[in-house]
Write a new protein. Structure first.
Length: 248
């Protein structure tokens, strides 16, 4: 059973999280909004029905829609001062209203988190897609401690999205993959995003004794792709897959 939200400012008549997200969706379809914010339709439907969004989901929506996290969660910019003022706890006055701030300017945000570029382009785990050469479409927040623990350099990371089922059940359709673009020397059995010609794939890589490489699908309905030694110049290893995020 999904957890229902108790909106902390409902009694102040400034709306609920679901109402604010509904206003951000506007005339877009929920599917379009889901693709734009990198939040699943299922998760959005639950939030619109009253479930509590987690911090990562709220951050994605706030960044994409260019609103402050304060406004999205509790309906007010400059939240602490305004909320206390409405509660009669402080007498907050200012000659000029403070401007809304983005999530990046929240206290300690840049110390605890870094933003990794996310690409609309979908990594093919099936029949292939265009090459990994587009501009970032959104930015996703990751904890610096996590990246450091994984030995990752933030500015050498990227997130791409899977289309297809050739890596099922390890990686499924619409999963997002965190890639270490600094790790390009293939290790047997590990999963990499690779570009072969104009096609982009997420595959396991296996080295052969003759110097060739084999791109292997976890879904056994898909055969391996052999890359002969003399054609390795056509293969570009974009980066190693270090994390998968999936919708439930």
């Amino acid at each position: 059973m999904s957890k229902r939200i108790e909106d902390p400012i409902l009694k102040l008549q400034i709306g609920s999280v679901s109402e604010r997200i509904e206003s951000l969706v506007g005339d877009e379809s929920l599917r379009q909004f889901a693709l734009k914010t990198d939040v699943s339709e299922g998760a959005l439907r639950k939030i619109l029905k009253g479930s509590i969004p987690n911090i990562e989901t709220a951050a994605k929506i706030a960044i994409t829609c260019n609103v402050s996290l304060d406004w999205l969660i509790i309906g007010m910019d400059n939240a602490i001062a305004e909320f206390n003022n409405l509660q009669g706890q402080v007498n907050y006055t200012c000659e000029e209203p403070l401007p809304p701030y983005s999530i990046q300017s929240l206290p300690n945000f840049n110390e605890e988190f870094c933003l990794v570029p996310g690409y609309h382009i979908q990594v093919s785990a099936g029949s292939g897609c265009n090459a990994f050469d587009e501009e970032p479409k959104r930015w996703l927040a990751f904890r610096r401690k996590y990246l450091k623990y994984k030995g990752l350099t933030p500015d050498r990371c990227a997130v791409v999205f899977v289309k297809g089922d050739s890596m099922a059940d390890t990686i499924t359709d619409n999963d997002s993959l965190l890639i270490d673009t600094q790790s390009r020397n293939p290790i047997d059995g590990h999963i990499y995003v690779v570009r072969l010609g104009d096609e982009l794939y997420a595959k396991r890589i296996q080295k052969s004794f003759d110097g060739s490489l084999v791109l292997i699908s976890d879904n056994k309905e898909y055969g391996p792709i052999a890359v002969p030694k003399e054609q390795l110049g056509e293969l570009c290893i974009v980066g190693k897959v270090v994390q998968r995020a999936t919708d439930l």
